[in-house]
Design a binder for this molecule. Structure first.
Ligand code: UN1
Length: 528
């Protein structure tokens, strides 16, 4: 596979191949465009119309908090209600459009994203601090998610399926039909991929959407709106409302006029939405929440491979992926060798401006994560030992953003909260455990069940791990990431237990159906 081509597709598994001069020149051009475009004022978009506001959210870069990315109109509760109404009135026509026409529009939106990918990735790098590769991965994933969900619709021929019959004179079909208006509430860490993926699932199925981006990533959210609009999505089908969750999220959760809720983010917010969204009758609520994702390194592991996979997953995007690896159970016989490789590889990571070539780790997303990191380090030093990292970087060139060192912690009891609580910062704890069985027991004691990894050369061990681990996304012996890096149509991304509400994952073959409800249609032949 050649990386010497600006069209080369970067996935989370092929990032290492993307560092070509051609790629970097194209990224530099996108970055310049993004830097020049920064500082504008953006409205909300309701029923296809821009809606300005006196209340503006000033968005700055986590790499340099003095750099203003834009001023984004805060939607009010009234604006949100208007957006729901606009989505409601656009619903019948969008629902009744032939699925092939909807699919064609969605594919155009994916193409818009692909055409614009260097600009989009650059904006994301400025807005949420993703390094070049991670930002490109997110952008490519967004386009592929839309294409994959469009393909699901095509493969299922619009989910209209002939059934058996009980008598000769009846004709029966099962049809999956959209619910109506969906709220789509997105997180900061995959601001384009998850916004595009969740909304595309709802849209391609024939629903209309009120979309709220993360307050940390409104610019990327506006750009998704523009991609859909430029692809020809009719007015009101996809509405953009920016602002705090306490106003907009609340309105969307409480509204009797919202038919479905799709959310990715914290367990706290997801569970609250899940409990409150259906006061009168059951409504679909698809939540993908956090993780405390374990990696198990058995006595039969390749230690170098394991260390490489853990570094990628623990510190990619500064540990701020819900798929991040944040705890490792290693067999005592390999502990020393594994830790020395892990420390060496971690120390080789470069922290810096994520928009620059070759930087591995950008800043944390905000002040709150910065504090979480610092508190965790204090506690790690009290209760265990910090093997490497643990420092907040405050000297130039790090003084303008939330930069920290990737951190490895050992010496904690295995029931320490750091083995169970999601921190979402670059902080991984390693504990020695005698057996695979015990490692899986400890893994499963978490309330989460998102991703998990194993390193072992023994196929029987790997099989046993798959059969017994309570996680929806499992990997064995993966160099490109122990627990991260699922791709549309390749790894279904399903959260078990506290990580997800439906038992079906994004990126997977059963995603789009979740945005539809079944209608059985029986027609008897009329004899005359
Ligand atoms: C997330 O981590 O929030 O598998 C979503 C991955 C990516 C993103 C998952 N596809 O790491």
């Amino acid at each position: 596979m050649s990386a010497q081509n600006a069209d080369f597709k970067i996935t989370y598994s092929t990032m290492g191949l993307g560092q070509s001069d051609v790629f970097n020149a194209a990224f530099d051009a996108g970055l310049e465009e993004a830097q020049t475009a920064a500082g504008q004022t953006y409205p909300n978009y309701i029923g296809g119309e821009p809606r300005a506001s006196d209340s503006l959210m000033r968005s700055t870069s986590p790499s340099d908090t003095s750099f203003v990315l834009g001023h984004f109109a805060n939607a009010s509760a009234d604006d949100t209600r208007d957006a729901i109404r606009a989505a409601r009135s656009a619903f019948p026509a969008w629902r009744d459009m032939h699925y092939r026409d909807r699919v064609a529009i969605m594919k155009k939106a994916a193409d818009r994203i692909s055409e614009n990918k260097y600009f989009l990735a650059s904006v994301m790098s400025l807005e949420v601090g993703k390094n070049r590769m991670e930002a490109m991965g997110d952008t490519e994933e967004a386009a592929d998610l839309i294409r994959y969900y469009a393909k699901q619709m095509e493969d299922a021929q619009g989910f209209r399926r002939p059934m058996m019959r009980l008598s000769e004179n009846e004709d029966v079909v099962s049809v999956l039909r959209p619910f109506g208006v969906w709220a789509c509430v997105a997180p900061f860490n995959f601001p384009l991929a998850l916004s595009a993926g969740m909304s595309a699932g709802a849209l391609v199925a024939g629903n209309t959407v009120v979309y709220k981006p993360s307050s940390e990533a409104p610019w990327t959210g506006v750009l998704l709106y523009e991609a859909y609009r430029d692809a020809g999505i009719p007015a009101g089908v996809f509405n953009f409302v920016n602002g705090p969750g306490s106003v907009i999220g609340e309105e969307l959760v409480e509204s009797p006029d919202v038919d479905g809720f799709v959310f990715t983010g914290s367990k706290e917010v997801g569970m609250s939405a899940f409990h409150r969204f259906s006061p009168d009758f059951p409504k679909p609520c698809i939540t993908e929440m956090g993780g405390k994702n374990p990696t198990i390194v058995t006595a039969k592991a390749d230690v170098e491979l394991a260390a490489e996979g853990v570094v990628k997953s623990a510190f990619g995007l500064g540990g701020q992926k819900c798929s991040a690896c944040s705890r490792v159970y290693v067999h005592p016989s390999l502990e020393e060798a594994f830790l020395s490789q892990l420390v060496e590889k971690t120390r080789a990571l470069t922290v810096g401006d994520p928009a620059e070539r070759g930087v591995d780790l950008g800043p944390l997303i905000n002040e709150r994560s910065y504090r979480t990191y610092q508190d965790a380090v204090v506690r790690a030093r009290q209760d265990g030992r910090v093997l490497t990292g643990g420092t907040v970087l405050t000297d130039p060139p790090y003084d303008k953003g939330y930069f920290v060192e990737p951190t490895i912690v050992v010496g904690l009891p295995l029931d320490h909260p750091f083995f169970y609580e999601e921190l979402l910062v670059p902080h991984v704890v390693v504990g020695a455990v005698d057996s695979l069985e015990q490692s899986v027991v400890l893994s499963n004691q978490s309330e989460y069940g998102l991703t998990a990894g194993i390193y072992s050369s023994d196929p029987a061990e790997v099989e046993w791990f798959f059969d017994n681990i309570e996680s929806g996304v499992c990997y064995a012996n993966r160099r490109s990431g122990a627990t991260t890096g699922a791709w549309p149509g390749v790894q279904a991304f399903c959260g078990w237990k506290g990580s997800g509400s439906t038992g079906k994952g994004g990126c997977g073959p059963y995603y789009v159906q979740q945005f539809m409800r079944e209608q059985s249609r029986t027609v008897m032949e009329v004899s005359n």
